[in-house]
Design a protein. Structure first.
Length: 472
């Protein structure tokens, strides 16, 4: 806000030739007394913006003064330093536009007046000193420099200076949202889960108007049937799923193999004081999508006897999801063996869920297999913590503990083993593995071991379909 004694008409005529510069600075807030005001400790520039003085302005005349009020919008970013009590204060400069400043006239070359003797050289007597030689002839000090001291030139023209203003209060600031992103690879795509947590310090409701995830050269498809806006409260967490598939296969890979994803959030916060605030957040995160084109390799174990060395096989496995078949095939000269595992995407708590197994013998001889299910046994010593990083933070939090690991085993096997065969060349065999669900969430089926009953070679398959158990 600018207060001036100029008339309202004069202020309107001057505004087109002025520009407003507003800057934001981050600092550590030091409370003063018992009030809410805080003083600034340190200064870290975070944002600055120039705008014409005629944009978003109101002019009001009150008694003998004219008030010019601006309502600029400045997008804040996180400071590069870590602050214990982050706060933001603002400064504003009002000055003349650079295009309206006329260049000062160039000073012409000064010439000495004609027919006037030059000032005497006070060191002229040294020219005849033989000890100085020819260098004495170059010594010259004008008499005017000794007898007269010229004062500094007075400034005849006024130089415009910007009007500066700064708030005396630092406003405590916290992020409106805490975001983190996780992803898992499919054979041809990547499934990303975006977690948006509302700051617990916001009072009132928060309406998420739109959430977008963009990745250059990648087609991003939302998997949530969300109806916008989403109504949330302080401390709530919203999880959004996206399927990302490379659309430009010829794009140049990044140096570190990571792609930079941009997450933008538009929301409206309705405070308890009957006021609303529009919030726009932009966050960038790195996602590794380079491993999607590679399948997970599997190999048969070594045969138990040397006589069965001719039956060595190579087995490769694609990743599994409820809508994508699992393939395990033999690439030896005898042909290939294909295993397909399918399951429904969801089931109910305390119910029986079935995994359908299909075995196709594309080799040139008869085969016999056995499938043995194995459940994971979690222990505190073997638990590996899962790390997650929040948006714009260098802190890494350990999310999993022993009590959470014990709850992940939410499916018990009801079919310990299944025999397949003899399966003739070109034949197909189907069977079902049944599990009992014991809790809600993503089910952990453990691993399935495939045993070749002829060569006694084994193969462990851990990439089974993902099934979500829903509470009744």
């Amino acid at each position: 806000m600018l207060r001036t004694t100029a008339s309202e008409d004069l202020a309107r005529r001057l505004l087109p030739s002025l520009e407003l510069t507003i800057s934001a600075h981050a600092t550590n807030a030091v409370p003063e007394g018992t009030g809410n005001s805080a003083a600034a400790s340190g200064k870290h520039d975070i944002a600055s913006k120039k705008a014409p003085a005629t944009s978003n302005v109101d002019i009001v005349r009150v008694k003998d003064h004219t008030y010019v009020v601006w309502k600029p919008t400045l997008h804040l970013v996180r400071p590069r330093v870590r602050l214990q009590r982050p706060a933001v204060y603002f400064t504003a400069n009002l000055g003349i536009k650079a295009s309206n400043i006329t260049a000062a006239p160039a000073v012409g070359k000064q010439y000495l007046p004609s027919f006037e003797p030059l000032p005497a050289n006070v060191l002229e007597s040294l020219h005849y000193d033989p000890s100085l030689g020819s260098s004495a002839r170059q010594i010259n000090v004008s008499e005017t420099r000794v007898t007269k001291v010229s004062p500094s030139a007075s400034q005849l023209e006024d130089t415009p200076r910007p009007l500066r203003g700064a708030t005396k209060r630092a406003f405590p600031a916290v992020p409106a949202f805490f975001m983190r992103i996780g992803y898992s690879a499919l054979p041809d795509a990547t499934i990303a889960s975006l977690h948006v947590e509302i700051s617990p310090l916001i009072t009132g409701d928060v309406h998420l108007d739109d959430v977008r995830l963009e990745l250059p050269g990648t087609e991003v498809t939302g998997l949530n049937a969300a109806i916008w806006p989403q109504r949330s409260k302080a401390g709530d967490e919203v999880v959004l799923l996206y399927r990302m598939e490379k659309s430009d296969s010829e794009a140049a890979p990044t140096p570190n193999g990571m792609d930079l994803a941009a997450v933008s959030i538009e929301a409206t916060a309705y405070m308890d004081t009957d006021s609303s605030v529009q919030i726009e957040t932009l966050w960038q995160a790195q996602i590794d999508t380079s491993h999607n084109q590679e399948s997970v390799p599997y190999k048969w174990s070594r045969p138990l006897s040397t006589g069965s060395a001719t039956h060595k096989r190579m087995l490769s496995q694609n990743s599994a999801r409820p809508s994508v078949h699992d393939f395990a095939h033999n690439t030896s000269k005898e042909g290939e063996i294909i295993f397909t595992f399918t399951a429904p995407p969801t089931t109910e708590q305390d119910s029986i869920v079935s995994i359908q197994v299909q075995c196709l013998n594309k080799s040139n001889r008869s085969r016999r297999f056995a499938l043995v299910t194995a459940q994971r046994r979690w222990s505190t010593a073997s638990v590996k913590p899962r790390f997650e990083r929040r948006a714009g933070s260098n802190d890494t939090a350990i999310k999993d503990g022993p009590h959470e690991i014990a709850e992940q085993n939410k499916a018990l096997t009801l079919t310990p083993d299944v025999r397949i065969g003899p399966l003739t060349a070109g034949a197909c065999f189907e069977t079902i593995l049944r599990y009992q669900t014991t809790g809600a969430g993503v089910l952990d089926f453990g691993t399935i071991r495939v045993i070749d009953l002829e060569s006694r070679q084994t193969l462990d398959i851990a990439e089974l379909p993902d099934v979500v158990s829903l509470e009744q």
